[in-house]
Design a protein around this ligand. Structure first.
Ligand SMILES: Nc1ncnc2c1ncn2[C@@H]1O[C@H](COP(=O)(O)OP(=O)(O)OP(=O)(O)O)[C@@H](O)[C@H]1O
Length: 297
């Protein structure tokens, strides 16, 4: 497959639209439809009506909702500046939540410190600066397990099974790795504390199209290994392909939500956020359609 074709798969997805009505749209204020397609039962992670921001008086999230059920892989997409990364940071205690709540297995965790969240089973992989470049792969993974050093060998075996390359190259400095390999180390490090929830901030950013596909497939693998995942992505079509459900954010609010494949084929979502038909993306991909959620074991 040509580079051009892969570029077509991964080029920037976003316009600067305003939410509009369609069969899968969630009208602002219509909370009943916010979690369309979600399983029954108590969510593992839930954000309700989150308002958050960085600067006094400036809100970036203007009442965001999200639920993640055990075993789910959830995608958050939307235009540049919609607040996707901010939502993830608010879930992980890195941005002050001004109102609304975050719960983990029914317990309030709003504004809890990140290190406490790690202890409770939440892992976070930032988009940038996510490895210690002067440390080896193994030392990076030790940092991931610093709150439970005795579990290092057991957890190392777990991540080595998921990412054999890391075990083979454990003595190599992270700074000498490619972008895709660094991303692998960052994900593995977050898995060292055996999180039940993994928050991934744009893991495909800056990678070649082929490496992006590998990252999505790896994310799916982590999810299949039993970790519930929230992934924020600019590569919206690819993210929706691997997700059970997706949330489209716009201006810090939920604009659309639903099963990933349904969003991919929704005419309004295509028009406003995706730009091209899902079938074009699949035809252009090295891997063809990524494993659809329906085929999850
Ligand atoms: N540390 C910060 N201090 C002040 N404003 C910030 C900070 N980080 C992000 N913002 C602002 O918050 C808004 C939302 O940013 P955010 O990174 O959450 O958007 P996003 O949807 O993830 O966008 P992108 O896809 O471009 O990464 C932007 O206007 C951004 O400038």
């Amino acid at each position: 497959m040509s580079e051009d074709a892969m570029d077509a798969v991964t080029r920037d997805d976003h316009g600067t639209p305003a939410p509009a009505s369609s069969s899968t749209s969630v009208a602002v204020g219509d909370r009943a439809g916010l979690h369309r397609g979600a399983p029954e039962g108590e969510p593992l992670l839930a954000a309700t009506d989150l308002v958050a921001g960085y600067l006094p008086g400036v809100n970036i999230l203007n009442g965001c909702d999200l639920v993640l059920h055990p075993g789910e892989l959830i995608g958050i997409i939307g235009p540049n500046g919609a607040g996707k990364s901010t939502l993830l940071k608010a879930l992980f205690g890195l941005v002050n939540v001004r109102s609304g709540s975050v719960t983990l297995a029914g317990e309030e965790i709003t504004n809890l410190r990140a290190d406490h969240l790690v202890q409770r089973g939440v892992g976070f992989v930032p988009q940038n600066n996510n490895v210690f470049p002067s440390l080896t792969i193994e030392e990076n993974l030790q940092m991931g397990a610093f709150q439970a050093p005795r579990r290092f060998a057991e957890r190392f075996a777990f991540v080595a099974d998921l990412f054999p390359t890391l075990a083979e190259r454990r003595r190599q400095r992270a700074g000498s790795l490619s972008g895709g390999e660094r991303q692998m180390v960052a994900m593995a490090r977050a898995l060292m504390m055996e999180p039940s929830v993994l928050l991934l901030d744009e893991p495909s950013a800056g990678l070649s199209p082929v490496k992006q596909d590998e990252t999505f497939l790896r994310t799916r693998k982590i999810n299949k290994a039993g970790v519930s995942v929230v992934i924020v992505e600019q590569n919206a079509r690819r993210a929706l392909q691997i997700c059970d459900r997706g949330y489209v954010l716009d201006q810090g609010r939920n604009a659309y939500s639903g099963p990933g494949r349904q969003l991919m084929h929704d005419p309004k979502v295509i028009e406003l956020y995706l730009g091209t038909l899902a079938t074009d993306v699949e035809a252009a991909s090295t891997h063809g359609p990524l494993v659809p959620p329906a085929e999850k074991p």
